[in-house]
Design a protein around this ligand. Structure first.
Ligand SMILES: CCCCCCCCCCCCC/C=C/C(=O)SCCNC(=O)CCNC(=O)[C@H](O)C(C)(C)COP(=O)(O)OP(=O)(O)OC[C@H]1O[C@@H](n2cnc3c(N)ncnc32)[C@H](O)[C@@H]1OP(=O)(O)O
Length: 726
């Protein structure tokens, strides 16, 4: 709703009220309209002030309303016009946030006063929409086309100080914004309102508007990666430069409706809520976010300053958490220190552009050491050494002796058993997995893995840490590869099998990149380094010296196996770092992947040696075998209770594995394809490849199909408790 009151003798106050973020529901909009009409009808009211309850102006339209079967039209635009047409000055008092429809309401007002800590923006593009309540037409009139395009096509939040520079707000205050706005409203009573009505203003001209717009379109398309909304946002702003306000509004509405009914908007809005839902973690034994409080982290330590450790230290420093960074010897410490300082300098430069500072030269905030005893007073340690169980256990044994009793011990691992690592300590309840993604100071995902003994407090603390690091923490159970990598194994395996059967790395990558992945599986392997998987396969006895003599080249434990990645490593082709892998690069460390005739010859010989008849593989088969095997593993993970719901898998894939967000994540994608179709295709492929377990349909998938393909929200109600391994 919106509350109507008098702020001063002549000023009516309309306060938007819909906790927690004052989203604009139909009820709020109705109350806003009623308030405006009441103020208009009351001759003693000379000005109006609009603000939001609880220090927040508004987060915009109620996003849940967009997928409601009852959605109809865009009821906000006419209300904004009503505000603008008012013969009494209307002032917006912006505290906290004014986003989307909230900012559009503020643009309808004649004046805008913002608190210095407020943020504004049009994040609609991130949920597959555009500012559809005349925002694409008013904003360029107020701040010009370049700034408006930037804000509308990126969805970035801008701080009040920047908004003032752009002319988006009239004043920024440090005091009580509502009181300042009422004072301001009193001052402007009687002043002409015509020049304050944005719909009447022309769009500021640029000397080279056409050239500017063509360049901007290229940039927008490049950044969109197949997502429709940025380009339609661009078209709407372009309309403002070409047409009168009313026609521009008509165009905006037309484009808005295209987006609203597109599957992409639904996928992006699902992703928005999924990200929030996973914060409300639960475990199969009943622990949950509701009943558990995190412990404060006042000081942390990171062990190991390799690629991961450096990123993790940088993340902690950026989050203002004092850190001790530890290496095994002075030589490695100095190398690590240099690399961390370089990363922090770059981050500081980026932050300076946003008028923020980063303090990392103070030893109380960042200390480097080779002495484990220095860790005696930290609240949390993140071990980030090699993926080697013996080494990790040795470190955890040491930590368990040195660290204070309440300290949490986290291991950054992408696959290893948390329980085994915890068994090396006297405090397994305080041991937890924190799987960061590289580069750790950039990637948003943090997989948080609880072991058999991990306490709810340790989970809550890790989730809180993720939040402090501005990451999305997803709590999952303990199994080999956890959720993300476990689903990745069959996907990459299919990609390699497809190449064995006749495809090429570049063909497979192209199909998956066209689908929307930022990078296909072969380019990804080259980037990560082929030696990483090779080491792990050697460790598992799948290749190398420990392989029993007489093992068939293309079979392990009775299942199909491809030795191709091992053979590339034996030829010293480790990917980008050696300049050769599945592709060739301009030099060792080069970034530009080019198809490699050597590899094509090698593949032809390999197929001859193993009597594999080369066949043409079409795009559909490539896509389905890679994606459906990944999704199939997801169903097994859900059945085993490793993740609390499909949303968790989707958030992991969007934030850690480059899954295109506008497709909502693998499990959401499966729900849009329809589970019967996925099952039928898996059945077809598993009949053709009976020796590939990853293509055998998951029992849980079969069950859901038998239950009539229920909506994704209901899947977990069909998960039987017996199948839960935890
Ligand atoms: C019958 C149908 C029709 C209904 C339609 C009515 C209105 C129609 C008007 C049409 C206008 C068209 C043009 C306008 C479009 C828009 O405005 S689209 C919305 C644009 N706004 C956003 O995208 C903002 C999204 N929110 C955020 O970015 C963040 O939530 C935040 C505001 C920055 C706050 O962040 P934080 O403090 O970290 O809290 P969160 O955990 O993220 O959020 C708290 C809870 O609030 C819920 N929530 C947030 N925003 C919205 C929203 N706009 N609509 C609905 N709910 C929202 C969020 O889910 C959290 O909920 P819980 O998880 O349940 O706690």
């Amino acid at each position: 709703m919106a509350q109507y009151a008098r702020g001063a003798a002549a000023v009516a106050v309309i306060r938007l009220h819909n906790p927690p973020v004052n989203a604009l529901s139909l009820t709020v909009l109705q109350a806003l309209e009623d308030g405006l009409k009441r103020a208009d009808a009351d001759p003693s009211v000379k000005a109006v002030m609009i603000c939001g309850e609880n220090g927040k102006f508004s987060a915009g339209a109620d996003i849940r309303g967009f997928s409601s079967p009852k959605r109809h039209g865009v009821p906000l635009g006419p209300i904004i016009s009503l505000i603008e047409r008012s013969e009494k000055p209307v002032v917006a008092a912006i505290e906290g946030i004014a986003l989307g429809g909230g900012l559009e309401v503020a643009l309808g007002c004649h004046y805008r006063i913002a608190h210095v800590k407020a943020h504004m923006g049009f994040p609609e593009v991130t949920i597959g929409l555009l500012p559809g309540a005349e925002g694409t037409q008013r904003l360029p009139r107020l701040i010009g086309v370049p700034a408006a395009l930037d804000i509308i096509t990126t969805g970035r939040h801008i701080p009040a100080t920047e908004a003032l520079k752009l002319g988006l707000v009239d004043e920024v205050v440090e005091e009580n914004t509502v009181e300042a706005a009422i004072r301001f409203a009193n001052k402007v009573i009687g002043q002409p309102l015509g020049p304050r009505r944005l719909s009447l203003k022309p769009v500021p001209k640029l000397p080279n508007m056409e050239a500017f717009l063509s360049e901007a379109l290229v940039k927008v398309k490049k950044q969109a990666h197949g997502c429709l909304a940025p380009e339609l946002c661009f078209q709407a702003v372009k309309a403002a430069t070409e047409q009168p306000f009313a026609d521009g509004v008509r165009k905006e509405r037309e484009l808005f409706n295209i987006l609203l009914t597109s599957g992409q908007a639904q996928a992006l809005q699902y992703a928005f809520f999924a990200e929030r839902e996973v914060q409300k973690w639960t475990t199969p034994n009943g622990a949950s976010w509701k009943s558990t409080s995190p412990q404060p982290i006042r000081k942390a330590a990171v062990i190991g300053l390799g690629t991961m450790g450096r990123g993790i230290v940088t993340s902690l420093v950026k989050a203002n958490i004092p850190v001790v960074a530890l290496e095994q010897n002075v030589e490695y410490l100095n190398m690590g220190r240099k690399a961390v300082m370089l990363l922090l300098e770059r981050e500081a430069m980026k932050m300076e552009q946003g008028a923020q500072t980063l303090d990392f030269h103070n030893p109380a905030r960042l200390q480097f050491t080779v002495d484990f005893d220095v860790l005696h007073d930290v609240d949390l340690v993140i071990e980030a050494v090699f993926e080697n169980m013996a080494l990790k256990k040795e470190i955890f044994h040491k930590l368990s002796r040195i660290c204070k009793p309440g300290a949490f011990l986290c291991t950054n691992t992408s696959a290893l058993n948390i329980d085994e690592i915890a068994s090396a300590t006297s405090r397994p309840h305080q041991v937890i997995g924190t799987h960061f993604f590289s580069p750790a100071h950039v990637m948003r995902l943090l997989e948080i893995i609880y072991g058999h003994h991990t306490s709810p407090t340790a989970i809550a603390t890790a989730v809180q840490l993720a939040k402090a690091l501005k990451k999305v923490g997803v709590v999952v159970g303990n199994c080999f590869g956890f959720v993300g990598n476990r689903m990745m194994f069959p996907y990459v395996q299919q990609a390699v099998f497809l190449v064995e059967e006749g495809s090429r790395p570049e063909a497979v990558d192209q199909v998956l990149e066209d689908f929307g992945f930022k990078i296909g599986p072969f380019r990804m392997s080259d980037l990560a380094g082929l030696d990483v998987g090779w080491r792990s396969r050697k460790g598992q006895g799948l290749t190398g010296a420990s392989l029993p003599p007489g093992t068939p080249a293309r079979q392990r434990h009775g299942h199909r196996y491809s030795p191709l990645p091992d053979l590339l490593c034996e030829n010293s082709r480790f990917g980008q770092k050696t300049g050769k892998g599945w592709y060739q690069y301009e030099k060792a460390g080069g970034r530009t992947a080019k198809p490699d005739p050597w590899l094509h010859n090698f593949l032809a010989q390999y197929r001859d040696t193993h009597h594999i008849k080369t066949r043409f593989i079409d795009q559909e088969e490539i896509l389905e075998r890679c994606l459906f095997s990944l999704i199939n593993e997801g169903f097994d993970i859900l059945a085993e209770g490793i993740a609390a719901g499909p949303e968790h898998l989707d958030v992991i894939y969007i934030n850690g594995y480059g899954w295109p967000k506008h497709r909502g994540g693998p499990m959401f994608y499966a729900s849009t394809i329809g589970l019967p179709r996925i099952l039928a295709k898996l059945q077809k492929y598993s009949e053709a490849h009976p020796d590939v377990p990853g293509l055998q349909p998951s029992a849980f998938l079969k069950k859901l199909v038998a239950m009539g393909n229920p909506p994704l929200k209901e899947w977990m109600s069909y998960q039987s408790r017996q199948s839960n391994k935890l």
